[in-house]
Design a protein around this ligand. Structure first.
Ligand SMILES: [Zn+2]
Ligand SMILES: [Zn+2]
Ligand SMILES: [Zn+2]
Length: 253
């Protein structure tokens, strides 16, 4: 539902050729995916573009939200859970690491403080997870620990599909659990090195370790260049993700 880094593309006030591009692939909302299997639907992350992403994609129901980490570009659409609460008449569970959920409790006091009386607030159940496998409806999910600079965060494997964003490094033990993938979505910020994100070169090296059949790069900055140009220099089994990309994958659930 989104393939852009934290500021999105175009960036407010930027006149670079990517931000001025007419190519729809150069318009990137903040990073998120929507996964369905049978009658189970989840999103991974709920950033500031969540409302727009639901509208653009004609999606009205989700069963759960999986969080990768607590940075704003991954959580700040939380208030827009409300129309889903109203439609489905139930709380929506939000799954995340204990640290991530504590961070949300502190930042969204009006949502999670039960002494705070406000009837129109989002109805969210916080569900602590770690790296143990979990099941949501018909979806079997294996969390994958990746390092985002010094921060341990989660990626998620669903059958032979995995979604990893905001990674800089991944320990060998988790690389092993990413073997045998048909499709990998992996972050690549831009070309210069960054302390907490893979750049393009590092992402390609990471792909060589994971060896998926096909990889789509996400969490892209305007500094990466025009989609049409970057595609030409990527290996045959690597492509840039774009907003609205749909993939049909056996999730093995
Ligand atoms: Zn991010
Ligand atoms: Zn720009
Ligand atoms: Zn982040």
């Amino acid at each position: 539902m989104g393939s852009g880094t934290s500021q999105g593309v175009p960036v407010i006030g930027c006149a670079c050729k990517v931000c001025r591009s007419a190519d729809a692939r150069d318009k990137r909302l903040r990073t998120s995916i929507y996964v369905t299997n049978g009658d189970t639907a989840i999103t991974v992350d709920i950033g500031p573009d969540f409302r727009q992403q639901m509208l653009v994609n004609g999606i009205s129901d989700i069963d759960a939200v999986l969080l990768t980490h607590e940075h704003d570009d991954h959580v700040s659409g939380l208030d827009d859970i409300r129309p889903i609460n109203f439609r489905l008449k139930k709380n929506i569970p939000l799954y995340g690491l204990p640290r991530v959920l504590d961070d949300l409790r502190a930042r969204y006091r009006y949502v999670f403080d039960t002494t705070y009386d406000y009837s129109g607030k989002p109805r969210i159940d916080l569900v602590e997870i770690n790296t143990a496998p979990l099941q949501i409806g018909s979806l079997k999910i294996q969390p994958i620990e990746v390092m985002h600079g010094n921060l341990d965060i989660l990626g998620y494997r669903f059958g032979n599909f995995a979604y990893i964003t905001d990674a800089k490094t991944i320990d060998e033990v988790w690389i092993e659990r990413l073997q045998g993938l048909d499709v990998l979505i992996l972050n690549a910020l831009h070309r210069p090195r960054h302390y907490s994100h893979l750049n393009l070169e590092e992402a390609i090296e990471m792909i060589d370790r994971i060896k998926p059949q096909q990889t789509y790069l996400t969490h892209l900055s305007h500094h990466m260049g025009l989609a049409a140009d970057v595609e030409l220099e990527l290996p045959a089994d690597v492509a840039l993700a774009y907003d609205g990309l749909q993939l049909e994958i056996g999730l093995g659930a």
